[in-house]
Write a protein that binds this ligand. Structure first.
Ligand code: ADP
Length: 187
């Protein structure tokens, strides 16, 4: 089963994706984590990503498409995975669709975690204090929310049109939201 979790920065994709991955026993693929690991390891890819990442801009598709391709081709992701933090651009969405289609698979569930902007900003500023991620500066947070509206929100419209996207209210306790996702997915 392939599940895509969409949502703005701070909407809770990572938290809910983790709960879901554990419950269903399938891997969660998170481009943000892959990029952070590459930056930490100072690989060429990580070095290239850092300048974009720290400003809150998208890491270029020249880097991210390869990452996604590698992850999708791993044996663990053969029969299912949760996609968290991607696709974020039209090219990434095409790659995901094409790869799954070639394997006779598809996105079984597309969930949109819906959280209003005021709450997103509040959560991101709170997380900045707790975790100190290098892209949680006020400037980068502003950029990330703008980039989401500009580059990723059109994808949401695209998936909504395809008909199998479900909107999940992202406000409430972590448990309440997890319950709602369980109800939608049916397991
Ligand atoms: P958030 O959604 O809270 O911004 P992420 O960990 O998903 O957190 O993303 C953090 C940063 O990592 C993004 O601002 C971007 O620089 C980079 N990133 C993550 N996933 C992608 C992706 N699919 N395409 C391009 N850049 C990405």
């Amino acid at each position: 089963m392939f599940i895509l979790i969409l949502g703005a920065p701070g909407s809770g994709k990572g938290t809910q994706g983790k709960i879901l991955a554990e419950r269903l026993g399938i891997p969660k693929i998170t481009t943000g984590d892959l990029i952070r690991a590459a930056m930490q390891a100072r690989t060429p890819l990580g070095r290239e990503a850092k300048a974009h990442y720290d400003k809150g801009e998208l890491v270029p598709d020249t880097v991210v498409l390869g990452l996604i391709k590698d992850e999708l081709s791993k044996p663990e992701a053969k029969d299912g995975a949760i996609f968290d933090g991607f696709p974020r651009t039209a090219a990434q969405a095409e790659l995901v669709d094409k790869t799954l289609a070639e394997r006779g698979q598809r996105l079984n569930h597309i969930l949109l975690l819906d959280v209003d902007e005021e709450e997103l900003v509040r959560r991101l500023h709170h997380r900045a204090k707790v975790e100190g991620r290098s892209d949680d500066t006020p400037e980068a947070i502003k950029t990330r929310l703008q980039v989401y509206q500009r580059d990723t929100a059109p994808l949401v419209a695209h998936y909504a049109q395809r008909g199998n996207m479900r909107r999940v209210p992202g406000i409430g306790t972590v448990e309440q939201i997890a319950e709602e996702i369980k109800r939608i997915i049916g397991r």
